[in-house]
Design a protein around this ligand. Structure first.
Ligand SMILES: [Zn+2]
Ligand SMILES: [Zn+2]
Length: 301
């Protein structure tokens, strides 16, 4: 059971990346309804629900999905069901919380992927996209240490992987034009403990990605899952946060990256303090105003 929290009444009580649920994601818990109920209880005024987009090729399925007999058609159907239920729930809860309808794009845009994502967005009437990079040159970087190490080896080590990763982030942003860019230094999940740092080459690659992110007017996901993984800070790390905010003027919004009702709201108060500690005094979020999507700024103090 989720406890009443200190988010209620705060102008910054928003998450734009989260709401993964056991109904539509094999590695999440609870139902979509329970997730939105938890968001109301936690005191969010706006929550963006961004379930993982369907992967369009079987080589991107997770081993446990394959074990369960899932295939591309099954996850495509689940995603249709997700879009429908999210539409129903966003109306049902409209008097208690703003529910935005989104999804998290998954796979490096290669081939037709970006077109498929734009098609889903249009056909199913989504409000927004969270653009994330989970795969670098067809190797997943946030699933197991072994796969991460394989990705690093393919690029001559951690620095090479990080440089390539930020180039892929820039390609993704160009191709998908997402409103929100997810967990910008997700590499820390498995790279952090192995010496992934901000070398000059990594900083250059990150700077190039941030320029593209700024040019597309994206919001960066201040993602609290890094805290739950014991990584000391949310994503992104202080050097990258400072570069994005102070060199590029890119805005942030919180993302609890909840994978079940228990995670909803987790780490957001800490993330607010983290932003303030690094000189960021407001967040920018999305909201529905008169039938269309608008941006709002909320002060953090
Ligand atoms: Zn997930
Ligand atoms: Zn993600």
């Amino acid at each position: 059971m989720v406890e009443e929290s200190n988010l209620r009444g705060q102008p910054w009580a928003v998450s734009l990346h989260g709401g993964h649920s056991g109904a539509y994601c094999d590695h999440a818990a609870g139902t979509l309804r329970e997730t939105i109920e938890a968001a109301v209880l936690r005191g969010y005024h706006t929550i963006g629900v961004a379930e993982h987009a369907p992967r369009t090729e079987s080589r991107y399925l997770y081993p446990e999905e394959i074990e369960m007999g899932w295939d591309v058609a099954k996850i495509a159907q689940d995603f249709e069901d997700y879009a429908r239920e999210l539409g129903v729930l966003s109306e049902e809860f409209a008097d208690r919380i703003g529910v935005l309808r989104g999804f998290e794009a998954e796979v490096v845009p290669s081939g037709s992927y970006a077109q498929v994502m734009h098609g889903l967005r249009e056909r199913l009437g989504f409000d927004y996209i969270v653009g994330s990079v989970h795969w670098v040159d067809d190797v997943i970087i946030d699933y197991t240490q072994a796969e991460f190490d394989r990705a690093a080896a393919q690029h001559g080590g951690l620095e090479g992987l990080a440089v390539r990763y930020y180039a892929v982030v820039a390609e993704m942003v160009d191709a998908l034009r997402p409103e929100v860019v997810g967990h910008l230094d997700l590499l820390r999940k498995f790279g952090g403990s192995e010496g992934y740092t901000d070398t000059p080459a990594i900083q250059r690659a990150a700077r190039d990605a941030l320029a593209v992110i700024r040019d597309h007017g994206c919001i960066l996901d201040l993602n609290t899952i890094g805290l739950r993984r014991g990584q000391g800070t949310p994503y992104p790390a202080p050097w990258l946060l400072g570069m994005a905010a102070h060199e590029f003027g890119i805005p942030f919004c919180f993302g609890d990256d909840s994978h079940g009702p228990a995670d909803v709201g987790a780490g957001v108060a800490e993330a607010r303090a983290y932003l303030l500690d690094h000189g960021v005094r407001s967040i920018t979020y999305l909201t529905r105003r008169g039938g269309s999507l608008a941006r709002e700024t909320a002060p953090l103090e």
